[in-house]
Design a protein around this ligand. Structure first.
Ligand code: PLP
Length: 478
């Protein structure tokens, strides 16, 4: 394909948009400029390919298609069937999964589909048959009470938030925290690593209906074989949310015990993080859960987004190419180089390093909160996000950590040498930032001082670092 085709496609699209609402066209153009100029280290972001982006911007968006492939509640869905079937086929092949459901609009939605599928499946369990409940839809209020008694109030055991778990794994600000009684497993206070014996102990005590593996901010591999054994030992369903590291599973960096798909009953993911697809979610599962999973819409999802499913099919096809495995390995090489660069300059890292796509800096070592560090780095052209560290004394708002990840910069082509330079820039900013004080003299968790001239200098160095690695090099909007 000619490089010109991409430029022409995006330029023409903006021209069409500009004729209706020029401010939207301007904002889209400005977003490209901003993304090109910033050192993006947000662990959950990436840059989707032009083909993936273009697959989303079309008339598939106009179509209603409730139901599943070949069984729709709307007429005229033959082309939606084509793209949904393709996306599901690519997903099954890529991950070696028995079943793939590609309709979820986001990671949260994928988790909700999975939770409901597990609950609905358990309704058919022998223990509940005696309550004469056949379908989760038929449950009355009284049945729900019976169900709670039978299943121990739908208990969920997942990773604690400050150890790197996600809000959707049974925490209060998310509906999962209302659907389930939640208990968390944390990490070992010395090593920062998951202690599987402690997880097993918690499972024995708590007897969860669902054991959840997966994380948003844990910088290490997880042994899913062991977690499955723990789930089996207490009769729990084992679910893994691989939203963050799906790209590493797809690229065969995580195999064997570290690949969740052969071990879990059900796996959820987003498609836009390390997997580098469109914003969206997906559920993979064992055959026995497939029927319940396919009821995601209308049970918890609105109508499917055919334009996004088309983009998922494109991105998953890309992830099946041999060069994606190379990309996935480079993500981890870069992450380890970044960790090494920080450690050698004296930074404190949670778990002392990484074996995935992310690094968690404990910025208390610099005398800062996560909020101060995040803002000082942003002033210097480095985009990160603050994150709790295990047993965080500063809570989930101010935090004591900065989470950084390499999927996006790796897509641009930056390598291990640039990661060392990135570590130098981060370390310079954090050592030169000082925590501020409130008006009454007490220490502030938000205020900080950083010489603006230094911030400007680092921002220029960050731009220089990016210059040899243009983002979307074939796209010229001028
Ligand atoms: N699960 C995990 C582990 C995540 O990290 C995230 C997003 O940060 C989600 C689910 C939710 O994804 P989304 O923002 O697409 O709903």
């Amino acid at each position: 394909m000619s490089r010109n085709a991409e430029s022409t496609a995006f330029r023409s699209a903006l021209e069409v948009i500009r004729a209706v609402e020029p401010r939207v066209a301007d904002a889209i153009g400005a977003e490209l400029t901003d993304q090109r100029e910033s050192l993006k280290l947000i662990a959950s972001e990436n840059y989707a390919s032009p083909a993936t982006l273009l697959a989303m911007g079309n008339w598939f968006s106009d179509k209603y298609a409730e139901g599943t492939v070949g069984r729709r509640f709307y007429a005229g869905c033959q082309n939606v069937d084509t793209v949904e079937a393709l996306a599901a086929e690519h997903a099954r092949e890529l991950f070696g999964a028995a079943h793939a459901y590609v309709q979820p609009h986001s990671g949260i939605d994928a988790n909700l589909v999975a939770f409901w599928a597990v609950l609905a499946d358990r309704v058919e369990s022998p223990a509940l048959k005696k309550a004469q409940v056949r379908q989760v839809n038929d449950l009355t209020e009284a049945d729900w009470f019976a169900l709670r008694r039978e299943l121990g109030n739908q208990r969920m055991l997942g990773m604690s938030l400050d150890a790197g778990g996600h809000l959707t794994h049974g925490f209060r600000p998310n509906i999962s925290g209302k659907m389930f009684d939640q208990r968390s497993y944390g990490t070992d206070p010395e090593t920062g690593l998951i202690d599987y014996d402690r997880v097993a102990e918690a499972a024995r005590e708590f007897k969860p209906l669902i054991l959840v593996g997966g994380y948003s901010a844990y910088p290490r591999k997880v042994n899913f074989r062991i977690l499955r054994e723990i789930a089996d030992s207490v009769g729990a369903t084992f679910m893994v949310d691989m939203a963050h590291f799906a790209g590493l599973v797809a690229g065969k960096v995580f195999t064997g015990d570290f690949d969740p798909v052969p071990h879990a009953h059900i796996v959820t993911t987003t498609t836009h993080k390390s997997l580098r697809g469109p914003r969206g979610g997906m559920v993979l599962c064992q055959p026995e859960l497939a029927d319940q999973v396919d009821r995601g819409c209308p049970m918890v999802l609105g109508g499917p987004l055919p334009h996004v499913m088309a983009a998922k099919a494109v991105a998953l096809a890309e992830a099946r190419r041999p060069d994606f495995a190379d990309y996935a390995q480079r993500i981890v090489d870069n992450s380890q180089a970044l960790a090494e660069g920080l450690l050698s300059r004296g930074a404190k890292l949670v778990t002392g390093g990484t074996d995935n796509h992310l690094v968690l800096i404990d910025v208390s070592g610099y005398g800062l909160t996560g909020r101060q560090a995040e803002q000082a780095l942003l002033d210097s052209g480095i985009v990160t996000n603050r994150n709790s560290v295990p047993q965080d004394p500063n809570g989930a708002w101010y935090t004591s950590g900065i989470r950084i990840g390499t999927p996006a910069l790796t897509t641009r082509g930056l390598g291990t040498a640039e990661m060392d330079q990135t570590a130098e820039l981060i370390h310079t900013v954090l050592t030169q930032t000082t925590a501020g004080a409130n008006a009454d003299g007490t220490p502030s968790k938000a205020k900080y001082t950083l010489d603006p001239a230094l911030a400007d200098k680092v921002a220029r160095q960050a731009t220089d670092l990016l210059t040899p690695f243009p983002l979307y090099p074939a796209i010229d909007l001028a």
